[in-house]
Structure formats: C-alpha cells, structure tokens
Design a protein around this ligand. Structure first.
Ligand code: MG
Length: 385
C-alpha cells in the first residue's frame, strides 16, 4: 500500500481523534496534509504540531490564536467557514475523512467528490440531505465513497465481491440507544445527562441524542439507501443491544453475510483508509466465549416514532429527507440547551416534515433552500409548543 495523503475535516471530534490514532500507528502509510476544527483550536494546535499538516482550517477566533502559536511558513491557516472546499480539493490529497457533523459538510463533500477523491464520511447529514446528488456526482467524477459509520462500513464490507442483483435484504443493526429499556412514560423526566450516556458508543452530543430517539438509525436507513442504491423495502432495522454485529446482508439464496467486531470506531475508520487492503489494527480480538450470546429485537416504532418518520421521509423522497435533517438538528440543539422537552423533539420535527411542500429531484440550490426553510420553520414550531 503506497502512502496516502489525508485530510480530516473535524479532527478534534471523536471520529477525528480516532482517525489520527489510526494514522499515528502507520506513519509510513498515511500522511496528514489537512486538519480542520471549529472552536477546539487548542487541540487543533496540538494535533498540528504532531502531524505537521500543510493546511489547517479553523474558526475566526482560532485563526488569530493559531497564527501566533504555529509555524505559518510550514502550515497555512485557513477559515473553516470559507476554505473547506479548497482544502479537500488540494492536488495531493488522496483521502478526505469527513468527521465534522452538520449540514456544513455538504459543500466540501461535493467538492471532494467532484475532484475524484476517496471520500470517507462519518458525517450523515450530507448524505441524508443530498445523497442522490452526491452518489450521481461520485459516479460522474470517479470518486470512491467508503463510509466510516460502523453500520455502513459493515454493509460495504458485506457487499464486497457479491452481485448487487443477488441482494435480498440489508439488516441494519441498532444498539437501541440509551432508552431501549426505559419506559416511554419516563422520557420527559430524563435529564440531558442521562440521555447522553450511551451504553455502547462514546460519541458527540447531537448523535447521542439522535441515538436515544432512534432518529440516528432513521438517518442511517436513508444513508444506506443512498450509498448502496437500495429499495426502501430492502432495509430492515434490527435491534441488537450488544452492538457486535454491525450490519448484515441477506442474498437471494438465503445466505446472510454479517460483519462483526468489537465496538471501536478505529476499525471502520482504518478500513476506510486502507481499503481494499487490511492492516493489523492492534485492537484485541473478539472473545465469543466471554460474550456468550447475541440478542435481537424488533424496533418499537410506537416508542421511537422518529424511526418511522425517517422511513416516511425516505419513501416520499425529494427534499423531505433534507427537511427532516434540518428540523432534527435545530430541535436537538434546543433540547441540549434545555429549551425543549425530550418528546417535543419528535413533535417539532414531525410538524415541520408534514408542512413541507416536497420538491422532487431537487438540485443543490433547492436542497439548501429546503434546509433554510426547515430551520426557520422548526424555530417557529418550537415557539408554539
Ligand atoms: Mg452508526
């Protein structure tokens, strides 16, 4: 495997930090050329000193700070708001890891795809908003998309070497989030802190709340449909609390190929960086005897209506998944600020989704318009709850 030049958008979040751990293990195989972060510029400074990228992107506040603390002859300091696209399209970049969260990833994602890069997204928002456009552009420009999200990485691996025409069904597994065994009657009394304690994965706040509502799984359903060109009825969500099987694909003969592994994000991250090869990860092997059993349940759509709402948005299509994403982002933010009750996240999002006039086969401008509309509408809806 020749050395790959890597850009990490969102290097100070949990995916970014884990990506750098993978890179650190193989300094002769990966070279970091770009790092970006928003406000965690002290950690970005540390990372920049260790990995010596030629370009970093940060918020305006961070630019001032880093200009004083970093050798600017070696590292160009750019704006995270304006320059992400120029960083990901640098000529020598091979792999773009999209570890930042939010709708802001869509622009740089498309730019990376249009310059034919290998794109490794952990970000869900861009694919939920504009998955059809991204996949079409990836085909047109010869870009390779290798997902980092554990479920999507699992599906990607289960599809390797198989014929798409022989696929019967994808089982997207879900740990069930923090509320799997909590009665719904208690949901509104839970504190933000309780919601944020995910039993299996340590992740950012927004995605942990989305795991609790199961909207995260809903986004993954949409994402999987786009990434692997599936029909909606080819995707089944399966609750699997141990989170050992990261997803499975069933073929027409009844054979099921599953991808299993310990719950450590370094595995799917490393796979995306080394594909089509594999390297020793240094992580411990799974101990099946200790594990004893793997269990499964049907998802409870009544308890977690957000999951059903995501299926609805996917079926209706057009600009609706984008609206779902934007409304959820605004509502979850309000919940995290203490301005919205937990159950009202769904209430607000579902109102906005039903009020939206769907634009079919939207172009990128219409996607951004729908995104702006949904954010404003969600704020209005929330003020009336
Ligand atoms: Mg996931």
């Amino acid at each position: 495997m020749s050395c790959k030049n890597i850009v990490i958008l969102g290097s100070t979040g949990s995916i970014g930090i884990n990506t750098l751990k993978v890179v650190e293990r193989y300094p002769d195989k990966f070279k970091v050329v770009g790092l970006t972060a928003y406000n965690n510029f002290k950690l970005l400074e540390k990372q920049a000193k260790i990995f010596q990228p030629t370009h970093i992107g940060v918020s305006d506040k961070g630019i001032e700070y880093l200009k004083k603390n970093i050798n600017t002859r070696k590292t160009k300091i750019l704006s995270v708001k304006e320059d992400l696209e120029s960083i990901v399209t640098l000529k020598n970049v091979d792999v773009v890891v999209i570890a930042m969260r939010g709708a802001g990833a869509l622009g740089p994602f498309l730019a990376a795809v249009r310059s034919g890069k290998i794109v490794a997204p952990a970000n869900k928002e861009a694919l939920v908003m504009a998955g059809d456009i991204i996949m079409e552009e990836a085909r047109a420009y010869g870009a390779t998309i290798i997902p980092i999200d554990s479920e999507q990485s699992a599906i990607f691996q289960c599809l390797n070497g198989q014929k798409r025409s022989e696929l019967k069904k994808v089982f997207l597994t879900a740990s069930g989030g923090a509320l799997l065994n909590v009665p719904k009657s208690r949901f509104n009394r839970l504190t933000v802190k309780q919601i944020l304690s995910h039993p299996r994965w340590k992740m950012g706040k927004k995605i942990t709340v989305d795991s609790a509502t199961m909207m995260n799984k809903g986004f993954e359903v949409i994402e999987a449909q786009k990434l692997f060109n599936l029909k909606t009825n080819e995707i089944d969500v399966l609750i699997h609390p141990e989170a050992i099987i990261h997803s499975m694909v069933e073929y027409i003969d009844g054979s099921i190929i599953a991808q299993l592994g310990i719950t450590d994000m370094r595995l799917p991250i490393q796979y995306a960086l080394t594909y089509p090869n594999r390297l020793d990860s240094g992580l411990k092997s799974m101990n099946f005897v200790e594990l004893k059993q793997l269990t499964f349940q049907k998802p409870d759509f009544k308890k977690f209506p957000s999951l059903e709402l995501a299926f609805y948005a996917l079926k209706k299509g057009g600009s609706l998944p984008c609206v779902l994403n934007a409304a959820d982002e605004v509502a979850v933010e309000a919940f995290l600020e203490g301005d919205l009750q937990f159950n009202s996240i769904y209430e607000a999002v579902t109102k906005v989704v039903t009020q939206h006039k769907i634009v079919n086969s939207p172009g990128i401008k219409q996607i951004f318009d729908a995104d702006i509309w949904a954010r404003e509408e969600t704020r209005k809806v929330m003020s009336q709850l």
